[in-house]
Design a protein around this ligand. Structure first.
Ligand SMILES: *Cc1c(COP(=O)(O)O)cnc(C)c1O
Length: 343
């Protein structure tokens, strides 16, 4: 039921429930057929497992810079990072806002690359009226407890390229043709390829179903909170005290998270401390992978990643959860107002 729901909402050819978004990414890396000597272009400003999924197969993550508007991979930087060894591109939809998928698709087609969406944060967002997750050859979504819709841990691999459909079934059946056996097409199932235990169990699926049934209500409530923050901070942006998220006109978002970008002159640690002193727990996002110890060992940066370095040092995420009431959003807004003027 969960898989049919995903196929219906995203319009993908096939959905396979996974143990996690990470499992779905690992399955995507396996299906993309990358190995030692191959390169995979991705942003450095992303969660660790965007990269580990491909590094586990022996491929080299090549990190490209983000565009400062949406904090998603800059198509020109991605294009510049492509070499004859490049086999795939991973487009990450940060904060539920879509990456420029038209540009990514053009790059993938021009260079014959597999296009994978890391849509862990972006289920139910759209890009040019099309659901996120339905635009790459493959996409990974997450149902981790920190995401909008959750099964504690969980995820899904979405298959859009029909040529990968049969192999995805084999990967899900742990490298066997069990699905043909279940259909009665063969009289016993055998080991026919690579696969693993990526799939989710029925208990996880049952929990997730309860979330999927409320998916639109959850998105709507989160959007109200997101919009409340966004309106409340407009004057602070006008005054140059912070920068708010940008959602381009050709995209809709699922209100996954709300972040603020501080001016370079405002030290982030003191801002977070000032929020803490007002009873608000705020955090930041992503130590860029190209500067992390394993990022240096398993990957490489393409050129200067100036936006990635500057933005990741200035970003602060505000509390946002589905059950948040107006009393709580008001408290956060007051705390932010106090913290921006208290430096
Ligand atoms: C959460 C997340 C993942 C990993 O998903 P899990 O379900 O936690 O394994 C991968 N990429 C991004 C961008 C994420 O936010």
């Amino acid at each position: 039921m969960c898989e049919r729901w995903l196929e219906d909402r995203v319009g993908c050819d096939r959905a396979h429930l996974a143990k996690s978004g990470t499992s779905a990414l690992e399955a995507a890396a396996l299906l993309a057929g990358v190995g030692p000597g191959d390169e995979v272009v991705m942003p450095s400003f992303t969660y660790v497992t965007t990269a580990t999924a491909f590094a586990l197969r022996g491929a080299t993550p090549v990190f490209a810079d983000i565009e400062p508007r949406t904090l998603t991979m800059d198509p020109e930087c991605a294009a510049a990072a492509i070499t004859p060894a490049t086999k795939a591109i991973v487009a990450v939809h940060y904060a539920g806002v879509g990456c420029d998928m038209q540009a990514m698709r053009a790059l993938a087609d021009d260079h014959d690359l597999v296009l994978i969406e890391d849509a862990a944060l972006a289920l139910l967002s759209t890009y040019r009226d099309q659901p996120i997750g339905g635009l790459g050859d493959l996409a990974a979504v997450s149902f981790h407890e920190t995401k909008n819709l959750t099964s504690g841990e969980g995820g899904a691999l979405l298959v859009n390229d029909r040529r990968l459909r049969d192999r995805a079934e084999i990967v899900w059946e742990k490298g066997t043709d069990r699905i043909d056996f279940d259909r009665g097409a063969v009289d016993r199932y055998r080991w026919v390829g690579l696969g693993s235990g990526f799939g989710a169990n029925e208990i996880t699926a049952a929990f997730l179903w309860g979330q999927l049934e409320c998916a639109d209500e959850i998105t709507e409530r989160r959007r109200l909170i997101w919009d409340t923050y966004h309106e409340a901070f407009e004057d602070l942006e006008v005054e140059g005290l912070l920068r708010r998220p940008v959602v381009p006109a050709d995209r809709t978002h699922n209100a996954h998270l709300y972040y603020l970008l501080l001016p370079e002159a405002h030290p982030r640690a003191s801002f977070i401390d000032a929020l803490g002193a007002r009873g608000v727990h705020a955090v930041f996002h992503y130590v860029p992978l190209h500067s992390a110890p394993a990022g240096l060992r398993y990957g490489r940066a393409h050129g200067e990643l100036g936006h990635t370095d500057r933005i990741s040092a200035r970003l602060v995420r505000l509390p946002l959860w589905t059950g948040m009431g107006t009393g709580e959003t008001d408290r956060v807004i007051e705390a932010v107002r106090g913290a921006v003027s208290s430096r």
